[in-house]
Design a protein around this ligand. Sequence first.
Ligand SMILES: [Zn+2]
Length: 653
Amino acid sequence: MKKCFLILLLISVIHASGQITDGCSYTKIKQFTASQNKTNASPLQMQLMEKYDVIFHHLDLHIERTDNFVSGSVRTIAKSKVLHLDTFAFQLYNSLSVDSVINSAGKNLKFTRVGDIAYVKFTEPVINDNFFDAKIFYHGFAPSGNNAAIGNGFSNGVSATYGNRITWSLSQPYSAYEWWPCKQSLQDKIDSVYMFVTTDTSNKVASNGLLKAILPVGEGKHRYEWKTYYPIDYYLIAATVGQYIEYLDYAKPKQYSDSILLQHYIYNNPTAFNIDSKRDIYGTREQLELYSDLFGLYPFYKEKYGHVMAPFNGGMEHQTMTSLGYFNFSLVAHELAHQWFGNNVTCATWKDIWLNEGFATYLEYLAEFYLFPSSASATLASIHTKAKTGIGSVYVNDTSNVNRIFSSSLSYSKGASAIHVLHYMLGDSLFFKVCKTYQIKFAKSTATTEDFYNLVNEVSGNNYWPFFNQWIYGKGYPSFLVKWNYNNGKLYIKTTQTNNQDPDNLFNIKIPYQLSLTSGDTIIYLPQNNATEYYEMKMKDSVIVLKEIDPLNWILCDKKIARDDVLTAVIEIIPPAEISFFPNPAHGTLEFKNPVQKVFEVNIFDLLGRLSLHKSLTSLFPVVDISNLKPGIYWVEMKDDSNFKKTEKLLIE
Ligand SMILES: [Zn+2]
């Protein structure tokens, strides 16, 4: 397999505070060593593994900081989801040797291995809702280079800056099986996990949950015993081994009567704990308190939050213990944000990764907005700039391409820009209500884009399909060309929007126009629901200039403004835009676009001409429930009491 290197640059601005006062731009480098076509187990193999629900894992491993050799056992307790489960299938990279598999009575179980999948035969089938308990003993060197995702699943390396040698894991999205036997299914969170690691006494081990014990085991070794009792996704389980100095701190969010432990494992090198990183390490406290205010109490408050340094560029949000290469404000803000958006609520499929990465990137901006407002607008501008370079939709259609899943322009920046647009459309109060409700409704679970869309509708009481259709599923962003004139006490505005990635994907959005009047500046909001909108307004004060549109940068867009002296009272007559519907093919619901908001009728006929559905509609974007209609081809007739009548074919899936 050909190995390729992709350097993804995410520009962000470090906040101006303390020593850094020049507001310089700061480059955050995320280095992806990615194979283009890395995939998970096949659908058939996944089906086999979906026959059980993992309840508990106990990883009991030997790991040193000197190489990426791993040995030990993984115990799995799982519940059968089928009538008779006769095989326990799991994923383990083919170069790692399985020594034996035993059941809870210590009896050896037969197993076979085909590629990266192992099949364990039970002596008796496990019936529905009953548990099985199996322990897999294995050992070997984790693979490096040939099948890597974001780096390898399990790596050994030396920090170029600080010289410390470390062994660390990074399993997202499909690399957990490169270092431990597992089931790589996003929607099967493991209820609790023990991570025991035996290593040289000169090492420390960082992992998920709480450190319950460090036990001497003889021969110069000790065992770190970490336990977590919060549901956790397979890719968020991690172990990092090296020489560290531990720094403790406590956050005190007002939503919790006690304090929350912050545990930082910093290289045992005095320069690693320098003034800059110290500020960002201890800055975690106020970020955690801020996010608790905005999105609800830190989800893992009964355990802890921490950082462990490892020699890779960027960070990885391992649940309750982020791994990162270095400290800076936005990287800490990003990975901490994932504890809410990614770990408490995890994307249900990799197609929905923007629900993790879009939010985490957006929270880099929000953390600055609240804690270091002076540099926030520059961070927002850099997110928008990066978002414009993305070709395609925020929603990921091809999850076999790891580079596409983790596209910094689409999943990260355009995801963040789209969330900012949604924030603008909903307003502060509704936006944070949506976020908090999302954290409660999908707590310790997973969510799809559709779940989030339904939640936005539910909380707002409005239909946000146009937003999702245009910004998340659709490609591109709007370019606005604004022409204006002021004549005889009247302001004339003609705004045209285009989208160079998809001319058919036009955006419905209220645009803020900043006017300079003789009495001072003011902002007016005018809806853009068509390719071109014309406005004529009688003004009380004289207009000096139409200064700017969207001055606060809410909308990801390009904009051009020009005075046009020809634009006067003779406004062009806009042909009434026609009633239409989408999507086609459709499933569940059908949405109509009724640009002039007239009363109209919808009749849906099947191929035999039988009336299957009839509705009378008035609103701008009425939604019709078609879930009762069987899949197939239909004719949709739209008509009103004037002479408008249109019939179009519809495929219901
Ligand atoms: Zn992230």
